[in-house]
Ligand binder design. Structure first.
Ligand SMILES: Cc1cc2nc3c(=O)[nH]c(=O)nc-3n(C[C@H](O)[C@H](O)[C@H](O)COP(=O)(O)OP(=O)(O)OC[C@H]3O[C@@H](n4cnc5c(N)ncnc54)[C@H](O)[C@@H]3O)c2cc1C
Length: 409
């Protein structure tokens, strides 16, 4: 059997893994990152890159390519409540671009920076010695291959079997979403630069607070990314399949009928797990750091997981570079990741959890939020995050740790 030995090994070349590989290579650390797919690969996703990520993407040298190829620049968001009333708010401009292209740009940036990459390598289990992760067993083009490393970053996404092996897999029925995505053609009535999020459908059994559909303009004109997000529990309670759900929304809601009356699905409506949390779980284990969806670090109220994956990757690389310089990969040295990552990620996760629990979760509160926003001087040119934070802190009396990152969402 083939065996390799590296200083740092990254499993998964999604935004989290590729970012970690980029910054490890940048710091001069010997790093190999691997992915089970043949690249470029698609990922079921809305493709929103928040502007808080732009500085990092520029630093990695992939912003220009992503931006010039971007599908759409979004500046406003229309939120539609269950009564099909709506508000329109400004957002810090963000881009929507297909993951097949954007993830590949980030992966290429890591390779340019000096990271070694291997595709078609599927990690099947962790190599464990005396309770310490020492790399992975895996298959390269279906042939067994072990890769040993001083430290392993586990960044292989929402279905990670490696996370399960460590006992770190999280499946909170309230925070684990089932999300579907399809590209649609012939959508009517979307405003240029405006994304739409619908807290519907109404009248379905198993109504879920986070039962949303969304339409994001794509490739300007009439194409859009259509998404559907619902907790796994609620989806099961509706008894509907994803396509039945889509048909229900299309035929039984005002916006569904208007927007999709002449629309056709360009590809299949496909689903993917989106695991979120209210605060970052313990992400460091002896010999390993877990980042991104592998440790359920997504903000599920708005389906944002790319920022936490990339920020986690950058922080993990910084900590590992220090470990490499001192040749100390002990748990204590790696665990410096935990407080640094919590400081960066917890404000967003906590805000997201509160927004879900205290606003989206309560129909009457959400209606009140809509009325409150509309009465504000200057409406509709008010910022979404600013309004949500102000309402939650002044009207609902919640304590929110506000950061610049949060403000720009
Ligand atoms: C429908 C939907 C819409 C979403 N929309 C958005 C959005 O608009 N904006 C946003 O910020 N977030 C969005 N998200 C969340 C976002 O997709 C994830 O949070 C993000 O992709 C997490 O990045 P990651 O690097 O942790 O994992 P991933 O992007 O999932 O990457 C993991 C990589 O690991 C590889 N891999 C898996 N198993 C193995 C293995 N055993 N061995 C080797 N390689 C392996 C995979 O091939 C993959 O390339 C959405 C999610 C869903 C489901």
């Amino acid at each position: 059997m083939t065996k390799l030995k590296r200083t740092a090994l990254v499993i998964g070349a999604g935004p989290g893994g590729s970012t970690a590989a980029f910054y490890l290579a940048h710091a001069g650390v010997d790093v190999l990152f691997v992915d089970k797919e043949t690249w470029p690969r698609d990922k079921i996703c809305g493709g929103v890159y928040l502007s808080s990520l732009y500085p990092m993407l520029k630093d990695m040298g992939c912003f220009d390519a992503m931006y010039s190829q971007q599908a759409c620049n979004i500046t406003t968001m229309r939120l539609i409540n269950r009564k099909e009333d709506y508000i329109v708010l400004d957002v810090d401009p963000f881009m929507i671009a297909p993951r097949r292209f954007t993830d590949d740009q980030i992966r290429r940036a890591a390779i340019r920076e000096g990271a070694d990459f291997m595709e078609n390598y599927e990690a099947t289990s962790l190599i464990m010695r005396k309770g310490v992760v020492k790399g992975v067993h895996g298959l390269y083009h279906n042939e067994p291959m072990d890769i040993e490393a001083d430290v392993t970053i586990i960044a292989n996404g929402a279905h990670s079997e490696l996370t399960r092996q460590l006992g770190a897999f999280m499946d909170d029925p309230d925070m684990t979403m089932y999300c579907f995505r399809a590209y649609v053609d012939g959508v009517e009535g979307l405003e240029p630069g405006q994304a739409e999020e619908y807290y519907v459908p109404m009248g379905l059994n198993g109504w879920s607070p986070i039962c949303t559909t969304w339409l994001n303009p794509h490739y300007e004109g009439k194409q859009a990314v259509l998404g559907l997000t619902i907790t796994e529990k609620a989806l099961r309670e509706t008894g509907l399949s994803s396509m039945e759900f889509y048909e229900y929304w299309k035929n039984n809601t005002k916006f569904g009928q208007e927007r999709l009356k002449n629309a056709t699905l360009i590809d299949k409506f496909r689903g993917w797990r989106l695991p979120g949390s209210r605060k970052l779980a313990q992400s460091v284990y002896p010999g390993a750091i877990l980042i991104g969806d592998a440790i359920a670090a997504a903000e599920t109220a708005f389906e944002y997981g790319i920022p936490s994956a990339m920020v986690g990757g950058q922080i993990a690389a910084g900590v590992i570079a220090e470990c490499a310089a001192k040749n100390d990969f002990s748990f204590e040295a790696l665990n410096k990741y935990q407080p640094l990552a919590e400081e960066q990620l917890n404000p967003g996760l906590e805000f997201n959890g509160m927004f879900r629990d205290e606003l989206l979760n309560k129909e009457e509160v959400m209606d009140d939020f809509f009325d409150w926003v509309k009465k504000h001087e200057g409406y509709p040119h008010l910022s979404f995050s600013g309004m949500a934070m102000e309402y939650m802190s002044t009207v609902l009396g919640l304590k929110i740790g506000i950061t610049e990152n949060l403000r720009s969402q």
